[in-house]
Design a protein around this ligand. Structure first.
Ligand code: SAH
Length: 393
């Protein structure tokens, strides 16, 4: 097997089982491994540390498949995916939903591989050269998960370009009459567009936070910013909100949000196609007030290099939201930026409250649902952080 030899002293993070080898840690590569090929990672003294997938074009030069002598073959992927599925079954969330994240990349020992389940359909993303090389073994393994009859690929995320990979999507296994699925989540139904929706189609990580929101909204005026297909807006209506305004810049997402209201027999929210930054300013100038505001923007900072610009954007929308909350109102605010830590996000929100002139407290720290686990040695995968803040009454 070809080998990647680390510079002296650069084996420390691997010994703590962090699964990435950065280009700056590499002393030399022996042989001529192809993109995605499995290589041995060795310390400068020659000690074998791991077997990893080689990514010649990426700053993340290798991603660890296994810390042992385990063979990386189709059986390896079958075992890892079987383990991931058993962990999900043990969560006991199948009474709450028929849809969940089945494979969460590094945290399931499968770097570069994401798979979400919508009922009988797995939607998979291959985001690195190593994942790409094993895509058929992964698709076969997903078909062995009880209840999965179809595998759809959505490898069209931007990060593939960093690995020199072209976007690809389409059916991999099974047959598909149409590309819409209806998922069930805490008693509500949501239509998911698996061919054209964002990522794999739905933001499953927000499941528990949407339920929490539902329980805060009886009789309240609610503003759902970055609404996508109305996950939060429709939960607020189901919870008995007096009124719901939902903002998103995507017309197709809002169209599906309306379909989702009808599917659940809910009154329709006021869905507005708008840029949230502009719409919030307009509403503030009009003197609009709400009891509950949700801010669930897309990631503003993919890496720490974008943190400063992202901080200004988070501060801006959080400040405007605090200004529009009635006394005693709640702000549910999120960041899914890998480049913004939980601590930094809390500071940004605190600064926004201060500048808005409101006294606010955190009632709850919010995280992704448990089917999105975080390997202790890989905190990077805890990308979603949120705060439920209440302003003084
Ligand atoms: N809360 C949603 C998920 C939000 S995803 C749920 O529970 O399902 C983020 C959304 O922000 C996407 O739908 C995207 O279309 C929208 N978006 C991104 N930038 C925007 C902007 N500047 N103004 C309005 N919407 C925006």
């Amino acid at each position: 097997m070809n080998k990647l030899i680390l510079k002296a002293g650069r084996e420390k993070s691997l010994k703590r089982r962090h699964p990435w080898v950065f280009s700056g840690a590499v002393s030399k590569v022996e042989g001529q491994p192809q993109p995605g090929e499995t290589i041995e990672v060795r310390a400068s003294d020659g000690a074998l540390l791991a077997r990893a997938a080689y990514s010649p074009q990426s700053q993340i030069r290798a991603r660890v498949w296994t810390w042992g002598n385990e063979e990386v073959d189709a059986g390896f992927f079958a075992r890892r995916i079987g383990d991931a599925a058993r962990v999900r079954a043990a969560l006991g969330i199948d009474s709450a939903t028929d849809s969940m994240r089945l494979v969460h990349g590094e945290s399931d020992g499968l770097p570069g591989i994401i798979a979400d389940r919508y009922g009988d359909t797995a939607v998979v993303q291959f985001l690195s050269t190593g994942a790409e090389r094993w895509r058929h073994a992964v698709a076969d393994a997903l078909c062995s998960v009880p209840g999965i009859e179809r595998v759809w690929e959505r490898s069209d995320a931007d990060v593939r370009a960093l690995e020199g990979l072209e976007p690809r999507s389409g059916l991999m296994r099974g047959s598909a009459q149409n590309t819409q699925r209806t998922l069930h989540e805490h008693g509500l139904k949501f239509r998911v567009e698996i061919e054209h929706g964002h990522k794999t189609g739905f933001y499953l990580d927000q499941r528990d936070n949407r339920l929490l929101l539902r329980n805060l909204t009886r009789g309240k005026d609610v503003l759902d910013c970055f609404s996508y297909t109305g996950g939060c807006a429709n939960n607020a209506l189901h919870g008995g909100a007096a009124s719901v305004v939902a903002l998103d810049s995507s017309a197709p997402a809002l169209e599906l949000a309306r379909v989702n209201a009808v599917l659940n027999g809910l009154a329709e929210a006021e869905f507005i196609e708008a840029d949230v930054f502009q719409a919030l300013r307009k509403m503030r100038d009009q003197g609009r007030k709400f009891d509950v505001i949700v801010l669930d923007p897309p990631k503003f900072a993919p890496t720490a290099a974008h943190a400063e610009k992202a901080s200004r954007a988070y501060k801006d929308i959080n400040l405007l939201a605090f200004k529009m909350l009635r006394p005693g109102g709640c702000l549910m605010t999120f960041s899914c930026s890998g480049g913004v830590s939980g601590e930094l996000f809390q500071k940004i929100v605190a600064g926004a409250a201060l500048d808005a002139g409101v006294d606010a407290r955190v009632e709850r720290w919010l995280h992704a649902a448990p089917d999105h686990p975080v390997a202790l040695n890989f905190p990077e995968s805890a990308y979603l952080k949120g705060l439920l803040c209440r302003v003084a009454g």
